[in-house]
Design a binder for this molecule. Structure first.
Ligand code: F6P
Length: 322
């Protein structure tokens, strides 16, 4: 047995408005539900394609749709939620009631190409304060700096929930009885690292700075960095960022030349912003290009894309200097 605090006990001690705590309880509960479905795999009947594509023109998996429905229904049923936005929905949805204060955006199942191969996937979420109980999309378009909470659930070898409300980062593990237990009370990212994460198959398309940074890492102890690097790529941002929160590293998904009009692959509102909030709260840096913070981007569109370079602070500075 353990004397570790439960999620509820931890939340009771957090300095945050009751409404925000309710939002986090709903998210924790729904992520536990989604974890069950992910763990059941073929036995839950959730594997494979849904037959539809989302607003980004990506094939939706059955589990993308199921996770999206579970989150949307649970959040909109909560009296404190004013509206939701999701990677899997073209437009934002206001709640039917007019009592809510909070706006929640999410990627219901990040890394969904991992679902059918039993590799890690996760749910990423971002919480903002709304201006109106019947919000339109414009209400959601606030810079990441204004987030009041953010986090993710990682459905991996263990299911974990990692959260910030702006006072550090805490991690919980899902116990066999379905409850969340505080296991990682103060997550900090080491400032230095010898590990990078990038999809190397895109190398020829990158801009000069990223080419130079990665080339120097690959030269290892024989090159200007004077140390050997290791590479990891889970192909689910949620798992790559989790590794960085646990032991340091950098993660890049940079702009590339294939579609120059697109700023990057990852989405600002429900991938970049929540991960940037967590990374900065854990002492790391979360930037577009090694310098400009993701959290300062003024959003123009719900499904806006951005380049991402985040992780161990000193290593992100090396990306900027390359
Ligand atoms: O949401 C996009 C995403 O699945 C991220 O989770 C992940 O980091 C990335 O795409 C993987 O991209 P690629 O298919 O290029 O490996």
């Amino acid at each position: 047995m353990t004397d570790r605090p439960s999620f509820d006990a931890h939340l009771a001690a957090v300095q945050a408005p009751d409404g925000l705590k309710t939002v986090l309880e709903v998210l924790a509960q729904t992520c536990a539900e989604i974890s069950d479905l992910v763990a059941g795999g073929a036995l839950s009947g959730v594997l494979g394609a849904s037959g539809a594509v989302n607003v980004q023109d990506e094939e939706q998996k059955k589990l993308d749709v199921i996770a999206n429905d579970i989150l949307t229904d649970a959040l909109l049923a909560s009296p404190v939620v004013a509206g939701v936005g999701s990677e899997e929905m073209d437009v934002t949805q206001p709640a039917a009631h007019a009592t809510g204060e909070y706006l929640v955006m999410f990627d219901p199942l990040d890394g969904s190409s991992n679902i059918d191969i039993n590799a890690p996937v996760g749910t990423i979420f971002s919480v903002l304060k709304g201006f109106s109980p019947t919000p339109t999309e414009a209400d959601f378009l606030q810079p990441g700096r204004r987030q009041v909470a953010a986090g993710y659930a990682l459905y991996g070898a263990q299911t974990m929930l990692v959260l910030t409300t702006g006072a550090g980062v805490t991690g919980f593990t899902l116990a066999a009885d379905g409850s969340w237990v505080l296991t990682h009370p103060d997550i900090r990212i080491p400032a230095d690292t010898k590990e990078f994460a990038i999809n190397m198959s895109n190398q020829r398309h990158w801009a000069g700075g990223v080419q130079r940074y990665i080339a120097a890492c690959l030269e290892g102890a024989d090159g200007p960095r004077g140390k050997n690097f290791n590479m990891r790529w889970v192909a689910a941002m949620v798992a790559d960022v989790h590794r960085i929160l646990m032991r340091g590293g950098v993660f890049l998904y940079p702009w590339d030349r294939r579609e120059p009009e697109k700023a990057g692959k990852l989405r600002l509102m429900y991938e970049g912003n929540p991960m940037a909030f967590l990374v900065e709260q854990a002492g790391g840096k979360a930037t577009l290009d090694g310098v400009a913070s993701i959290l300062d981007v003024v959003p123009e569109r719900l499904h806006q894309r951005i380049p991402v370079a985040l992780g161990s602070a000193n290593e992100v500075d090396q990306i900027a200097a390359a």
